[in-house]
Design a protein around this ligand. Structure first.
Ligand SMILES: [Fe+2]
Length: 199
């Protein structure tokens, strides 16, 4: 007889992580394009997000589908979202009918974005093109963040957040319901990311 107690982690939150999504050259082309257009295209982030004028420069709400410079990263995002969706046994033919959107973000001058989710989408992701020294990482909030259990040392059960360290040319995908934020950074070079939603 085994009377040892067990802890079973109910309802795990899957975070998909993949590195070296683009080659150095491909990544540089993407960076160059975003840098070249960052002041010509003004997305709706400052109007839609609580961070307002302190939001990163962005192309949120702008239709980028005619800009071929994004074709490759969109193809990679699509591939990885389909891989991620398999973990949910999500029907692959549904991808043709899903709403899809994407936009770039340039964080500089201590810009930030508050905690938010990407509902009503299903799957959301970020590709990190450039994460210079001093950049903030992405911070996820525990789905039951107001648990409020007093504790001395932080662990995976009592912490209200988890930080994922961002690396150049890496991509993450997570459930769109998962709250996350990007705190104000100390980077002097621009932190460049590419976000996308499916569903
Ligand atoms: Fe986000």
């Amino acid at each position: 007889m085994n009377d040892e107690p067990n802890i079973i982690d109910l309802f795990p939150t899957p975070l998909y992580v993949v590195t070296d999504v683009l080659t150095e050259e491909e990544n540089q082309e993407l960076i160059d394009h975003i840098i070249a257009t960052q002041d010509k295209q003004v997305g709706k982030g400052a109007d839609c997000w609580d961070s307002g004028k302190a939001s990163p420069k962005n192309s949120f709400g702008i239709d980028l589908k005619n800009e071929e410079e994004f074709n490759l990263i969109l193809k990679k995002a699509h591939f990885h979202v389909t891989q991620y969706a398999k973990k949910f046994n999500f029907p692959s033919n549904n991808f043709d009918y899903m709403n899809k959107e994407w936009w770039w973000n340039v964080y500089d001058n201590h810009s930030y974005q508050e905690f938010h989710s990407h509902t009503p989408h299903l799957f959301s992701g970020v590709y990190y093109a450039k994460v210079p020294v001093g950049s903030s990482d992405i911070k996820f909030r525990h789905p039951i963040w107001n648990l409020g259990i007093p504790h001395t040392n932080e662990n995976q059960y009592n912490s209200d957040h988890a930080v994922f360290k961002c690396y150049d040319r890496s991509m993450i995908i997570f459930p769109s319901t998962l709250l996350h934020c990007v705190p104000s950074g100390e980077n002097t070079e621009p932190r460049i990311s590419f976000s996308f939603n499916y569903g």
